[in-house]
Design a binder for this molecule. Structure first.
Ligand SMILES: [Zn+2]
Length: 564
């Protein structure tokens, strides 16, 4: 067993983890063997990646809780305020633990501040000093639980995201304040759960807005810890949806449009997603048609993509049909907790509200292979990139109509596949060595991490792609070091993002923390106490992780980053 020395590592080994790992491998293999060879080979040969393969036909991916719909108020009868608060937070921890074992991906609260305050209100918990003190302590305890508990699959921590910022009462404002404050006070070695601050005009975006103070507090915390990240509810394409209906998973999954009902994230989630390896398709076109014009190559590329997307659609529908054919008794916790927007007694009526996403990675490398230019560096290449993403989105929209299911286009983070796809392509195309040099493919539609272009320019280039990627997307600004105290600078970036059309924004910087004296900065040896016991924390796929736990592709990406 490989031991990871740091106690905060997300993927620690254990007896249960080892057994789980062996089982996971077997399940994945069995599933691939059970699928039509044409589908399985696409995955095996690296044309596509079927995410969470072990959950194929067994469960869905992620869920934003409909926390209030069936809240068990009866359990709190006759308790004191103190007991109600403590038991409520206990209930939430149990919820994460239980639900986390019945689905493959993340769990989110869409409005943690308002939802907790609403429960308090219904339970008659008064807004007084004592109840505030207990609440703050329970929030700190919940954050620590999310950071430290690794019982999931015997080895991983839970992927939890708390969306906050729209607090509409004084107690809700206190809850939002405490989430940020306690997270900040817990220091740099506590980097979970993911906290998302929802920025919305009339609520917190401007100085005259009631929760502007919370926005400032969030920015100051981000400047230290990279968290919160920011959901830009005012971006042009989301303005029509009330901000309280918007929510995002830490991994960036976005669920809003619904052909079966209301546009909302609440009580809904992603069923499954499959990502397509764009650089592979470009490499094949380049080898097959070296003398064709760029336009003709792009046309070939679209044909190739569409053929694969058709099979991907079939796989997603097969996966969807398989979980719809399951019985509600296969999901005992879901039946008990009822966190989806529809009653879990009929799984098909529940899962039709979920999304099926077609993802993509390496748009930048795809364009570079075809045109010789990086897409953000030259107008014509940029237009080609944008046109290609429009084409993929058009395909997904057509599937919504044709298949009568919620298909969406996902700008995949590629936690694992940025390296996996590249390693598989490298031996196949020895003449294209240059494209493989950096050791990973670029995240979704992102500008290359070593572009060196300004933050404003990066957001302007990436914004139009957010508009098209309705299954989820994020833009990152890379900084050389923590922008401590610079909330104004970060606020300008948020404003730039909103104008550019960015839906979801994060700030990345290297964050090293001394295990002995808890100093933080950028170092291998602590400058304060001289300790070599240093934790390197980086964000690579939505959530912050310890660098040692990264896949090779992601380690290479972390090394290549240069500041915007
Ligand atoms: Zn130290």
């Amino acid at each position: 067993m490989k031991q990871i020395s740091n106690e905060n590592a997300a993927n620690r080994t254990s007896y249960v983890g080892e057994v789980y790992g062996v089982g996971e491998k077997k399940v994945k293999n069995d599933i691939l063997n059970s699928l039509p060879a044409e589908w399985a080979n696409l995955h095996r040969e690296g044309y596509i990646h079927i995410h969470d393969l072990d959950a194929y036909g067994k469960t869905y991916n992620c869920l934003t809780f409909d926390f209030l719909r069936n809240f068990p108020y009866g359990q709190f009868d006759g308790l004191t305020d103190t007991a109600k608060i403590i038991r409520l937070f206990g209930y939430i921890k149990t919820l994460f633990a239980d639900m986390g074992n019945e689905q493959s991906g993340g769990m989110a609260f869409a409005n943690f501040d308002n939802e907790i305050a609403a429960v308090y209100n219904n339970l008659g918990v008064r807004d007084n000093t004592q109840n505030r003190e207990i609440t703050a302590e329970c929030i700190a305890d919940l954050l620590l639980w999310c950071n430290n508990t690794h019982t999931r699959m015997g080895q991983t921590s839970y992927y939890v995201t708390l969306n906050i910022g729209l607090a509409n009462s004084e107690f809700a404002r206190f809850i939002a304040y405490s989430v940020i404050d306690e997270f900040e006070k817990l220091g740099s070695t506590v980097f979970k759960p993911n906290i998302v601050f929802k920025v919305a005009q009339g609520i917190n975006r401007y100085e005259s807005d009631k929760n502007f103070d919370l926005f400032q507090k969030a920015l100051l915390c981000t400047a230290k810890k990279m968290i919160p990240t920011y959901l830009l509810c005012d971006c042009p394409q989301d303005r029509a949806v009330p901000p309280e209906k918007l929510s995002v998973m830490g991994c960036r999954t976005r669920v809003v449009a619904n052909i079966f009902g209301e546009q909302t994230a609440i009580g809904r989630g992603n069923i499954a997603n499959i990502s397509i390896n764009l650089p592979r398709l470009a490499l094949e076109v380049e080898c097959d048609f070296p003398n064709k014009t760029t336009e003709e190559k792009i046309l070939q590329l679209k044909r190739k993509w569409e053929k694969i997307a058709y099979l991907v659609t079939e796989i997603l529908i097969d996966r969807y049909n398989k979980i719809c054919a399951m019985d509600s008794t296969d999901f005992p916790v879901n039946c008990k907790r009822q966190m989806w927007c529809a009653a879990f007694e009929n799984v098909k009526e529940v899962f039709k509200h979920g999304t099926l996403s077609i993802g993509f990675i390496g748009l930048s490398e795809m364009i570079e292979i075809i045109t010789g230019n990086r897409f953000y560096a030259e107008e014509q290449s940029y237009e080609l990139a944008l046109d290609f993403v429009k084409f993929m989105r058009g395909y997904c929209d057509a599937q919504c109509k044709g298949r009568n299911l919620n298909f969406s286009l996902l700008a995949t983070s590629g936690e694992l596949i940025s390296g996996r796809f590249l390693e598989m392509d490298k031996p196949l195309f020895p003449l294209k060595a240059k494209i493989f040099e950096k050791g990973f493919y670029t995240n979704s539609f992102h500008v290359n991490v070593d572009s060196g272009i300004s933050a404003r320019e990066k957001l302007r280039k990436e914004g139009p792609f957010h508009v098209l990627s309705n299954g989820g997307s994020i833009s990152y600004i890379e900084l050389n070091e923590a922008p401590i105290g610079n909330d104004e600078g970060l606020r300008e970036l948020v404003e730039e993002g909103i104008v550019a059309g960015v839906r979801y924004l994060g700030v990345n910087f290297p964050l090293d923390s001394c295990n002995e004296c808890h100093s933080s900065g950028v170092f291998d040896i602590c400058p304060v106490c001289g300790s070599k016991a240093v934790t390197h924390i980086r964000r690579v796929s939505g959530y912050l992780e310890i660098l040692d736990g990264f896949t090779n592709g992601k380690k290479n990406e972390a090394k290549t980053r240069t500041s915007n």
